[in-house]
Design a protein around this ligand. Structure first.
Ligand code: FAD
Ligand code: SIN
Length: 523
């Protein structure tokens, strides 16, 4: 089915929605089509807890925020990009306030600023511990008021249409009608979020299967720094809890980590203890679990703060834990580290532009150089806002040079409906397990080589399956997941040092010279 639009936005999180609003305001005569593969609100943005980092008062300074970001990024940030993004924070956050985001205020009526690991100051604006949900819902409300934005939910992008490094749109599966649309657009923007589903344990929602990164890679874009996958130290450990994060802001308010016998351990790993950068806290927990053989550690806020304080500051975590029978005002929370944030992604400029003409990538799928080898907490929502703003301005500035190039319909060939869904679940489980065990928090050359052998085998199998059977969302995601897993493995193998969140026991030190890892098709 042929569809045409001026701007095709793939993804409805903070970056996709912000971009849609900005494009519509700058150019009301243009058509914008925004698609998401699940319900509009479903994505990492909705689940963000801690908040958005921003220099908001006089005791803080942009320079301190820059220094904290560079320190976390461990020598691989692009300093110019760091400055450009952080300096825009107040302006972009005021725009959120304008559309109704109610950041939490303290008893003096001022915005309450949270503290998180790696930040030298209190600078995290938040809506209690449900910041992302508040932002996402306010953005959706704003988008729905705008006439020239059309939204299609449950439309899953399968692949971009790109020839000679020029993108003309995307093939998209409408999951309800099972039709495949070829959507031709003047500009195509990937705002598809992260890739946490590559790992067995993750804080990410199911949509985070790295689709945008894999599609851009296939279209010829450069992919950077994929070895840097951030693990969040504190994900709820409970047999029935799926991916529930316990915000770092809780440690910012004094919560301490203990082993299951009640012994604190962070003093053995870093002078900032619980507020050390999260790679250090995650590795410390990993080391404790390996040393003791325990399944989890504990995060204790109950003995540090009053029940009233806990309930008013962390209502989301309080309610969620209570559903699993854990009263966090009375007892410590069982936690484990989990895959959280993809610091690498499609290499872009600050405005999302890539090496593929008319293809832009913003939000977690992009690598702008802000995060380097490790992301400072609460800098990613900000990056999504700023890059969406810059992207809108670049696209509208160039609009006279943009044209719709129609392209051929999807060719199903001899594909037949799949009769064996088990192949997809089996491959998916395999990838997630070996990525966790071999390409996780602590790596070795041997484990990485094992992972490489396995992913090559699985990619062959998946590619075969992809062409033989009719397209469905699970298969699209599996193929992308496998591609992104390979990008992570190959990048990790090529980095012969430990830096930021990439830690390889065979090269425990930092090398003197280091630069971002870049990959382009074919590997
Ligand atoms: P997302 O919000 O993830 O949205 C991705 C969108 O792309 C979705 O709409 C999805 O349906 C769509 N999509 C994906 N693939 C396809 C496809 N093939 N076809 C169609 N649509 C597709 N960062 C902070 O700065 N502060 C925090 O406090 C914070 N807390 C976090 C807590 C949790 C639990 C998690 C998981 C992350 C947190 N982060 C936080 C990170 C931050 O939330 C994300 O980096 C950010 O929200 C990503 O926004 P995005 O717009 O790039 O993508
Ligand atoms: C958190 O609330 O701990 C998550 C913050 C982030 O990932 O930036």
């Amino acid at each position: 089915m042929n569809t045409k639009t001026d701007f095709l936005i793939i993804g409805g999180g903070i970056s996709g929605l912000t971009l849609a609003i900005k494009l519509a305001r700058l150019s009301p005569a243009n058509e914008i089509l925004l698609i998401t593969k699940e319900n509009l609100e479903e994505g990492s943005t909705f689940y963000a807890q801690g908040g958005i980092a921003c220099v908001w008062n006089d005791t803080d300074s942009i320079d301190k925020h820059i220094q904290d970001t560079l320190k976390a990024g461990d020598g691989l940030c692009n300093e110019e990009i760091v400055k450009k993004i952080l300096i825009q924070a107040p302006e972009r956050i005021n725009e959120l306030i304008d559309i109704g985001v109610n950041f939490t205020r303290n008893e003096n009526g001022e915005y309450d600023l949270g503290k998180e690991g790696g930040h030298s100051e209190r600078r995290v604006l938040h809506v209690n511990d449900q910041t992302g949900q508040n932002i996402e819902l306010k953005l959706i409300k704003a988008v729905k008021k705008i006439d020239n934005i059309e939204i299609k939910e449950h439309w899953c992008a399968i692949n971009l249409y790109a020839k000679n490094f020029q993108c003309s749109g995307a093939y998209v599966l409408d999951q309800e009608s099972v039709n495949i649309h070829n959507i031709a657009a003047k500009a195509t923007i990937l705002a598809t979020g992260g890739a946490g589903k590559i790992y067995l344990y993750t804080t990410n929602p199911d949509v985070a299967s790295g689709d945008g990164i894999a599609m851009a890679y296939r279209a010829g874009a450069i992919i950077a720094n994929m070895e840097f996958f951030q693990f969040h130290p504190t994900c709820l450990y409970h047999p029935y809890a799926k991916s529930f994060l316990i915000t770092e802001a809780m440690r910012g308010e004094g919560a301490v980590l203990k082993d299951i016998r009640g012994k604190e351990f962070m003093q053995n790993y870093h002078p900032s203890k619980e507020l050390a950068p999260r790679d250090i806290v995650s590795r410390a927990i990993d080391a404790e679990l390996k040393r003791t053989g325990d399944d989890h550690v504990l995060l204790d806020i109950a003995s540090k703060k009053s029940p009233d304080f806990i309930k008013s500051h962390f209502p989301g975590v309080y309610d969620a834990c209570l559903k699993f029978g854990i009263d966090i005002t009375k007892e410590p929370i069982p936690v484990v580290p989990a895959a959280h944030y993809c610091c690498g992604g499609v290499l872009t400029k600050i405005d999302g532009s890539t090496k593929v003409k008319n293809l832009y990538v913003i939000g977690e799928s992009a690598y702008t150089g802000l995060h380097g080898a490790n992301r400072l907490a609460s800098n990613s929502l900000l990056e999504g806002l700023v890059c969406a703003h810059e992207c809108a301005h670049t696209i509208i500035k160039n609009i006279k040079n943009l044209h719709i190039n129609e392209f051929e319909e999807w060719e199903p060939g001899n594909a037949v409906p799949s009769t064996e869904a088990v192949v997809i679940t089996q491959n998916w489980d395999e990838i997630r397990r070996f990525m966790w065990n071999y390409v996780g928090i602590v790596r070795t050359d041997l484990r990485l080589q094992r992972a490489k052998k396995r992913i090559n085998l699985l990619l062959d199998e998946i590619n075969q399956y992809y062409w033989d059977f009719k397209i469905e969302k699970n298969l699209v995601e599996l193929r992308n997941l496998a591609t992104v897993a390979k990008l992570i493995i190959v990048s990790a193998i090529s980095r012969k040092e430990s830096r930021g969140i990439h830690f390889n026991l065979d090269y425990p030190n930092k090398s003197k010279m280091s630069r971002p890892t870049t990959l382009r098709r074919p590997w």
